[in-house]
Each structure stands twice: as C-alpha cells, then as structure tokens.
Design a protein around this ligand. Structure first.
Ligand SMILES: Cc1cc2nc3c(=O)[nH]c(=O)nc-3n(C[C@H](O)[C@H](O)[C@H](O)COP(=O)(O)OP(=O)(O)OC[C@H]3O[C@@H](n4cnc5c(N)ncnc54)[C@H](O)[C@@H]3O)c2cc1C
Length: 306
C-alpha cells in the first residue's frame, strides 16, 4: 500500500511539481545522487574507484517525449564517456542507460540508433553499457534491442527484475557465455497479472533466478542491498565454483556504503550505481518507495528546513 502510493506519486507531474517546489536540503538528494553535472559524476566516480569500487553511471532522465530530448540524453552519455576515458576511469566505470530516455516510447528505431552510438563510444573508451529495465510494457522491446546491439557489442548488459513472472525464463534464455545480466528485484508498480506482489514471492523468485544465472555461462551481476540475498549469492558462488571475478555485486550510491566496502575488501567486485543530473525526481521516489526509513529521513530533513 505504502509502496504503491509513493510509486503513484513517482509518475505524477503534480506531485513532482510539489516536491520540487519545496526548498529541499541538498543533503537529501545528494545522499542518492552524485550531483547535477558530469563533473559531479566524474568526481564521485574517482572517489569510489579510489576506494576499490567499480561504478556504473546513470544520467537521470526517463520517458523522453521528443526527439530533441532523446538526442540531448545521447549527447550527454557521449560526453560522459569521453570524460571517463580522459580521466582514465575506464574500465572501472561503465554506463547504465534507460532506453526510454533515448526515445523508446515514441520511436524505437531512433532509441536503438542512439543506443548503438553510445555502445560504440563506450567500446572506444574501453568500457561497456548496461541497459536498465523499466516497466513491464518495455521488457520485450528492451530484450529485442539488446539482442541486436549484442551482435556488434557482445558485452552490452541488461537488467532483469525478479518480480516479473517471466524472468526465470528470461534468465534461462540469457545465461549464455559472456552475457552480463544484472538481477534486481524491480522498482516499478506492476499488476498481479505479470508480477509477484508479495516480498516473499519476489525474494523466492530472486533466488531461483540467481541459481539459474550462477549455474549458467554468463556473468551474473547481483544487484541488491538485501543482506540475505548477498549471503545466498556468496554461498551460491562457492557452490557453483565461481571465482570472485566471475560475478559481481551491485548496489546503489548512498545505500549501505559500509557493506559495499566490506564486500570489496573481501575481494569481490562491487559496482556502485551512480545517478547524476537534474531529473532526480522519479529516481528519488523509487528509492523512497523501497524503504519507509528513507521517507522518515526525507520528512525529517524537510521539517528541519521549514
Ligand atoms: C545496481 C542496481 C541497479 C538497479 N537497476 C534497476 C533496473 O534497471 N530496473 C529496476 O526496476 N530496478 C533496478 N534496481 C532497483 C531494484 O529493483 C530494487 O528496487 C532495489 O534495489 C531494492 O531492492 P533490494 O534488493 O535492494 O532490497 P529490498 O527488498 O528493498 O530490501 C531488502 C532488505 O535490504 C536492506 N536494505 C534495502 N535498502 C536499504 C537501505 N536503503 N539501507 C539499508 N538497508 C537496506 C534491508 O535489510 C531490507 O530489509 C537496481 C538496483 C541496484 C542495486
């Protein structure tokens, strides 16, 4: 109930105007977002890499509705990749891309052309791209685009969401040599017809999907802050005889930073998902929906400003 109310607000432009009109403390947004520009993204990446962490950078913005908006998102990624290469932050840092930011909703062909240019630039910069997964109406289109992109750029990765009933089958299909799959629980409000609704069912599905990926031939990327999932992943990696360089953990910037460092000290690759840009609203609301404690933190900060 709580989660669906917050996720409904995430999609409401009225709620967005309201939240953005409040003089938000910089510390609220900056806890989860690196900053507004690529300089901030590069600075945070440098700090994380110096701490022994890997990074994936997300230029915030989704559901682009105009060709000009899609082009602007593409150009920002191209500039960012130039910046990463010039700062010698590749291959430790890669980029995460939402196809909806590149125009997927109104012109799939255009989104694919933009994604292809970003993949080419990433490859030139010595790194790669992971496609974020958005709501279930985009899953087929995203996986079809992934398959076409992989013919030229085999290291392109994709996120799969364990809350979707279809994901076990997708994991089976995609657990092929070299295939980089980010397994997450899923962050959107989805109907029962396509998605498990209870936390328990989503978690059980996560473990089934993880087993398929760990047993398969691809490169699993375990994206979760859940201590039980992390422990099970460590266990399964031993069970399936995967070395520390044959899978990785991923967590969001600002979430369980101590655990990120602990895992890195244990020798695991830990990749931090670092968002930046001015369009932080949808991203921040999804983080609030995941954890009531974040809402309390947010409310306290708002009160302390008023
Ligand atoms: C790297 C990365 C990439 C992602 N990419 C996508 C994507 O492409 N598409 C998509 O739909 N979703 C994506 N997500 C979001 C994901 O789907 C989940 O919504 C999000 O990660 C919350 O699920 P969880 O597994 O972390 O644990 P939850 O089920 O939210 O929480 C389980 C437990 O984890 C611990 N925990 C969780 N959050 C915190 C916190 N803030 N502080 C301390 N402990 C905490 C608590 O013990 C909690 O009980 C991504 C997540 C990550 C980490």
């Amino acid at each position: 109930m709580f989660r669906s109310v917050i996720l409904a607000a995430a999609g409401s432009s009225r709620a967005e105007r309201l939240v953005q009109s409040v003089p938000l403390s910089r510390s609220i947004v900056s806890r989860f977002v690196a900053g507004t520009g690529s300089d901030d993204a590069l600075r945070v990446t440098r700090e994380l890499v110096a701490d022994g962490l890997a990074v994936t950078l997300d230029y915030l913005g989704e559901d682009t509705t105009t060709p000009a908006g899609a082009e602007a998102a593409r150009d920002e990624y191209l500039r960012l990749l130039d910046g990463l290469a010039a700062s010698e932050l590749t291959p430790a840092a890669e980029v995460s891309v939402k196809l909806s930011a590149l125009g997927q909703a109104f012109d799939e062909k255009l989104a694919e052309e933009h994604a292809r240019l970003i993949c080419a630039k990433a490859s030139e910069a010595g790194t790669t791209v992971t496609l974020d997964m958005e709501d279930h109406t985009t899953t087929d289109s995203t996986l079809e685009m992934l398959a076409r992109l992989r013919t030229d750029f085999p290291t392109v990765g994709v996120a799969l969401q364990s809350y979707l009933r279809r994901t076990e089958a997708d994991c089976r299909e995609l657990a092929t040599p070299g295939s980089r799959i980010r397994l997450c629980k899923g962050a959107y409000a989805e109907p029962e017809s396509v998605a498990y609704q209870s936390r328990l069912d989503v978690d059980k599905s996560y473990v089934r999907c993880m087993n398929i990926l760990m047993a398969g031939d691809g490169y699993p990327m375990i994206a979760s802050h859940d201590p039980r999932i992390v422990t099970i992943a460590e266990d399964r990696s031993k069970w399936f005889d995967r070395g520390v360089d044959e899978f990785e953990f991923q967590m969001l910037y600002g979430v369980r930073p101590e655990e990120q460092l602990r895992l890195a000290r244990e020798g695991y690759t830990v990749r931090v998902y670092v968002p930046y840009g001015t369009q932080w609203y949808g991203y921040l609301m999804r983080r609030l929906a995941e954890r009531p404690a974040n809402v309390a933190f947010f409310a306290r900060a708002l009160r302390s400003r008023s």
